[in-house]
Design a protein around this ligand. Sequence first.
Ligand code: KIV
Ligand code: NA
Length: 270
Amino acid sequence: KKSAPMADDIRAAKGGTPLVSLTAYTTPMAQMMDAHCDFVLVGDSVGMVLHGLPSTLGVTMEMMIMHGQAVARGLKSAMMVIDMPFGSYEESPQQAFANAAQLMAETNAGAVKLEGGVAMAETIAFLVARGIPVMAHVGLTPQSINTLGGYKVQGRGDARAMLMADAQAVSDAGAFAVVLEKVPAGLADEVTAQIEIPTIGIGASAGCDGQILVVDDMLGLFTAFKAKFVKRYAHLANDGEAAIAAYAEEVRARTFPAQEHTFADEVPAK
Ligand code: KIV
Ligand code: NA
């Protein structure tokens, strides 16, 4: 087994074979993807895809720690990155450090991720200087949905220069990689060419230095809605419902359990 990459290994992958990443929230999902991903993100998307929350704003430190610990138990060869939840880092670099340190200490993550560009540059530099690798996240930042005014494409028109400035700021602040979410492909390519750290695309461009998807989206497990940038590689919610319907029918018909699923009254002869 190769040992898991660290933040510097991810940074060094700039311009090479694209980095592969998915989110995970549980041990079995982490085990499923461990051999195939360079890093696994314990995303705050957990609130929407596993807990039924309407946005990521209600996700707590406790939820992130519990899911982070579960994911860590399922990983051997992929790096684990964990999202800082809404309200745990925006107030000050000191607040961010206290909560990032708790996430790292209690989950054994190799890095944290936080949302924001220019506005978070000082905080990113503060964490990195104190031993906490930071993955940044710019473009559509779902924790800011109430000020962004919806899950819209970011960085078009006048916003192009701002998006570029955000990406440059997190790179200059010492982030080891940056997620670009829902930005035009040409702009994503320009950012990728411009900054020194890997860009991880989601709704961005195949030219990014890596890609990430929410695992429940790509497996077709989360079906409340589907963003344009989601490709469903499987339809597990459909398969699961069909399986449950078959079980219900067999229970009502008394064809489940069959003899092979039951126990004889006498100890069977060897
Ligand atoms: O929470 C999440 O799943 C994320 C990824 C979509 C980048 O932040
Ligand atoms: Na997130």
